[in-house]
Design a binder for this molecule. Structure first.
Ligand code: DSN
Length: 426
C-alpha cells in the first residue's frame, strides 16, 4: 500500500503539507546540527497502534490493565539502552530532552539551589539554568562558558568558579560547543565541592556510542539525552543513571528510584508507548557497525567542512571542530548571523543563527551560524561532498548583497545534488 494512503484520503491538506516538508528537506542541505533522519523502521514504530494505549507506571507496576505487551516493549527499550551506553539504570519515558532535564532538577535539587551550567548565549541549553526557562526561574544558575578568545573551556577557570560558588549540581553539556567535553575533569571538580555531575549528551550521543568522544557514563551521576538528533530515533528523551546516590548513601530512595519518581508521577502521566517502541528500535540500530560508521563519518565530514571553510578564509569559533558541528564566526563581518542564516536558507542550506564566544550582537541577530553534518551524513554524503557544500556556503556569503539574484541558481544546484543521495529514510 502507498505510504500515508489513509491520510491522503481523509486529510489531504495535512498529507500534502507533510509531502512538501519532506520534499523540501530532501532537496536542501539540512545542516541544523541537532537534526538527522530517522529510519523507516523508527517511523513505522512511531506511527503504530501503541499510541492508543495508556500505561501510567513502569513495567510490571502499572496503574492500568492490559499492558502485557507494552511492558515487554518498555523493558526491551530499557535493556537495549543499558547495553548501548553501559548504564546501570535507564528511564525511557521522558517526552523529550527538556522533560528529561526537568526530571533531573526534581530528583536532585530544591527550589533556589545553585547549579552550574552554560547560558544559551554561550552554547548551553535552555534547561541548563537559562533565565527565562523553568530552570533559571526556579533555580540559580552559576554560569560558565568557553573563553571568548579560544572558544574552548578553561577548566581552571571553571574550577575556580565552582569552588567559589559551590553549586549543588554541574551540567556538562552543550548545544553549540564544537569540541570534546572531558567529563573526567568535570568530575574532579564536582568531587572537590560535593556536587552532582550531570551530562546532557543530546547533541553527541552517537559519537559516544561509536567511541570517538569521551564517555560520560563512568563519571556522571546522571546522563540525559534526546533520542532524535544524531541518534536517528523518535522525538523523545531518556535518562541514564547510577543506581546508588554517591552523595546521599542513606537517603530513603536511591538515585535510580528518585529519577523514576521524578519522571512519573513527578512530571508526566502516561508514557508515549509508540515513541518508546521506536526508541527501542533506534537503540537496536545504534548497535550496528553501520551506525558506528555513520557516527565516524559525521565527524570526518565536519572536519572536512571546517578545513574547506578555513581554507577559504572563514573564521570558525575555536578554530575548527572535533564533533559534528561548527560555528561560523561573523563577528567581523558586515552582516549578522541572522542575515547569513536567512541567505543560506534562501539558497537551500538550512542552518540556524547562533551566538559565538565573545559575541557583541544580541541573541536575536547574533554573529554566528551553527552548521552540523549529521543529516548530510545520514543522506550518504562523504568528505568530497563537504568541499562542494563549503563552495556553496562561500558563494552565499560572498554575495550577501545580491542574494536575490544568486540564491535561486544555488538552490537549483543543491536540489540536483541532493537528488543523488537516498539515505534519508523519509
Ligand atoms: N534545540 C536543540 C538544538 O537545536 O540544539 C537543543 O535541544
Amino acid at each position: 500500500m502507498e505510504r500515508y494512503a489513509h491520510l491522503k484520503r481523509t486529510d489531504a491538506e495535512i498529507y500534502e503539507l507533510i509531502q512538501q516538508q519532506s520534499r523540501y528537506e530532501t532537496s536542501t542541505l539540512k545542516m541544523i546540527a541537532s537534526e538527522s533522519y530517522a529510519s523507516l523502521s523508527v517511523l513505522e514504530a512511531c506511527g503504530s497502534t501503541l499510541t492508543n494505549k495508556y500505561a501510567e507506571g513502569y513495567p510490571n507496576a502499572r496503574y492500568y490493565e492490559g499492558n502485557e505487551y507494552v511492558d515487554q516493549i518498555e523493558s526491551l527499550a530499557i535493556e537495549r539502552g543499558k547495553k548501548l551506553f553501559g548504564a546501570e539504570h535507564v528511564n525511557v519515558q521522558p517526552y523529550s530532552g527538556s522533560p528529561a532535564n526537568q526530571a533531573v532538577y526534581l530528583a536532585l535539587l530544591n527550589i533556589g539551589d545553585k547549579l552550574m551550567g552554560m547560558p544559551v548565549t554561550d552554547g548551553g541549553h535552555l534547561t541548563h539554568g537559562w533565565k527565562v526557562n523553568f530552570s533559571g526561574i526556579n533555580y540559580t544558575q552559576i554560569p560558565y562558558g568557553p573563553c571568548p578568545d579560544t572558544g574552548k573551556f578553561d577548566m581552571d577557570k571553571i574550577r575556580e568558579t565552582a569552588l567559589k560558588e559551590r553549586p549543588k549540581m554541574i551540567w556538562a553539556g552543550a548545544t553549540a560547543y564544537p569540541h570534546k567535553i572531558e567529563y573526567k575533569d568535570f568530575r574532579a571538580i564536582a568531587d572537590e565541592i560535593g556536587a552532582y555531575l550531570v551530562a546532557d549528551i543530546a547533541h553527541i550521543n552517537a559519537l559516544i556510542i561509536a567511541g570517538i568522544h569521551p564517555d560520560p557514563v563512568p563519571y556522571c551521576d546522571i546522563v540525559t539525552s534526546t533520542s532524535h538528533k544524531m541518534l536517528r530515533g523518535p522525538r523523545a528523551g531518556f535518562l541514564l543513571s547510577k543506581i546508588e546516590d554517591r552523595l546521599q548513601a542513606n537517603s530513603k530512595l536511591n538515585l535510580a528510584q528518585r529519577i523514576d519518581r521524578a519522571v512519573f508521577p513527578g512530571l508526566q502521566g502516561g508514557p508515549h508507548l509508540s515513541i518508546i517502541a521506536a526508541m527501542a528500535t533506534a537503540f537496536k540500530e545504534a548497535q550496528t557497525p553501520e551506525f558506528k560508521d555513520y557516527a565516524v563519518q559525521i565527524v570526518k565530514n565536519a572536519k572536512m567542512l571546517a578545513e574547506s571553510l578555513l581554507a577559504k578564509g572563514y573564521t570558525l569559533s575555536g578554530g575548527g571542530t572535533d564533533t559534528h558541528l561548527l560555528l561560523l564566526d561573523f563577528r567581523e563581518a558586515a552582516f549578522t548571523g541572522k542575515e547569513a542564516a536567512k541567505a543560506l536558507a534562501q539558497s537551500g542550506i538550512i542552518a540556524n543563527f547562533n551566538m559565538v564566544p565573545g559575541d557583541r550582537r544580541s541573541p536575536f541577530v547574533t554573529s554566528g551560524v551553527r552548521l552540523g553534518t549529521p543529516a548530510l551524513t545520514a543522506m550518504g554524503m562523504r568528505e568530497p561532498d563537504m568541499q562542494r557544500v563549503a563552495d556553496w556556503i562561500d558563494r552565499v556569503c560572498r554575495n550577501m548583497e545580491r542574494i536575490e539574484e544568486h540564491a535561486p541558481l544555488i538552490r537549483r544546484e543543491i536540489a540536483a545534488f541532493c537528488s543523488q543521495f537516498t539515505g534519508c529514510g523519509g
